[in-house]
Design a binder for this molecule. Structure first.
Ligand SMILES: Nc1ncnc2c1ncn2[C@@H]1O[C@H](COP(=O)(O)OP(=O)(O)O)[C@@H](O)[C@H]1O
Ligand SMILES: [Mg+2]
Length: 350
């Protein structure tokens, strides 16, 4: 098959995405497919090759390593020689139309939020993962929690628009400890766990910089366990134990920063509850193909659902590939299954 792997894009998670994309594209080539890796934002900008030639260019090894800091998107924007306001780079849509399927290795806004899915739907191009509506709903942490709160346990929360004017009132009335998170981000970018007022003030100031729409969520003390879903079933869960602090950006992508135990060493009953909760969320949001749900499990085994990721990481330190490996699905086999299930999912809409 001829597969276009879309990665990068104008998202704070672009480096994570490029790392996922490089690994996916290489795995697809190893499987005998024709695969090209393209940056959604840059496309063919500044390249002296044609779109077709991308299918035979080597996949840069260096993309696999993710720097410990998220990139500055203003700087990224300025690097595109063709300029313009479009989030889609030159030649990208033509390349999509020319492929048998687009493998979405994008993360966060510009990829995981449904807009690229809707674009590809309109172009009549099949793509991997969930459809546009489920993707959009799952990207919004407030909407997701509102939709699932009656069916699964999720920490108490309040969604606010933080401004310089209301920070004093929020400092006054917010119960501590609290988790402050942007309504639609990922990779823990902008997520703060505030234990005292100065920490809360810092987190709220950062929220303003990130646009203001913020979820203030009850901090739940427990074990961090995530569950991948593939083709309507839960894979063995994985426990994350960071060496220091919580599962933030650095601990997510620096090899060795967190210990990951898969299958998680938990009672069977907990595993069952986690799998059922993850599947419920998957179905309520109308997701498809694969996803990864994040939980904190309290001492008594209650899984508190945090969020679900419709385009989960596929980097060298990512969790879904580890969960798949626990049931004997290799990385390339996982990519192939995602493609097969996605083609099946899109069959009716094309
Ligand atoms: N309510 C909470 N209680 C305890 N820890 C939390 C809570 N919410 C988030 N966290 C921590 O922050 C991390 C990122 O939060 P999450 O909601 O998964 O957002 P993201 O989309 O950035 O991954 C989680 O993996 C967990 O370590
Ligand atoms: Mg998460």
């Amino acid at each position: 098959m001829k597969i276009l792997v879309l990665a990068g894009g104008l998202s704070p998670e672009r480096n994570v995405s490029l790392s996922s994309g490089a690994l996916i594209a290489q795995a697809l080539r190893d499987l005998g497919h024709q695969a090209a890796l393209v940056d959604l934002f840059f496309g063919l900008d500044g390249m002296d090759v044609s779109g077709e030639e991308l299918y035979s260019q080597p996949i840069p090894e260096k993309l696999r390593h993710i720097s410990p800091k998220a990139p500055d998107l203003g700087e990224i924007r300025a690097q595109r020689k063709t300029g313009g306001r479009s989030a889609i780079g030159p030649g990208v849509l033509e390349l999509c139309v020319g492929a048998d399927i687009v493998f979405l290795a994008l993360h966060g806004s510009c990829g995981e939020d449904g807009r690229i899915q809707a674009t590809l739907d309109l172009l009549g191009v099949p793509y991997t993962g969930s459809g546009y509506l489920g993707s959009a709903m799952a990207m919004d942490k407030d909407l997701t929690k509102r939709l699932v709160a009656g069916e699964v346990m999720t920490p108490r929360w309040e969604t606010v628009t933080v401004t310089q004017e209301n920070i004093p009132a929020l400092l006054e009335r917010t119960e501590l400890p609290v988790v402050v998170k942007p309504i639609a981000s990922g990779s823990s970018i902008g997520v703060y766990i505030a234990h005292d007022r100065p920490e809360l003030e810092h987190a709220l100031q950062e929220s303003v910089k990130l646009g203001g729409r913020t979820v203030l969520e009850q901090y739940v003390s427990g074990r961090e366990i995530q569950v991948a879903l593939l083709e309507n079933r839960a894979l063995p869960s994985i426990e994350i134990i960071p060496n220091e602090g919580f599962y933030d950006y650095e601990n997510k992508y620096q090899p060795g920063a967190a210990r990951e135990v898969c299958p998680a060493q938990i009672p069977q009953e907990w595993e069952k509850r986690l799998g059922e909760a993850a599947l419920k969320v998957f179905h309520i949001l109308g997701l498809g193909v694969y996803s990864r749900a994040d939980f904190i499990v309290t001492e008594d085994g209650t899984p508190y659902f945090l969020e679900i990721n419709t385009l989960p990481g596929m980097t060298p330190t990512s969790l879904v590939p580890q969960e798949a490996a626990a049931v004997g699905i290799s990385y390339p086999a996982l990519c192939q299954r995602i493609i097969d299930a996605s083609l099946e999912e899109r069959k009716e809409s094309l």
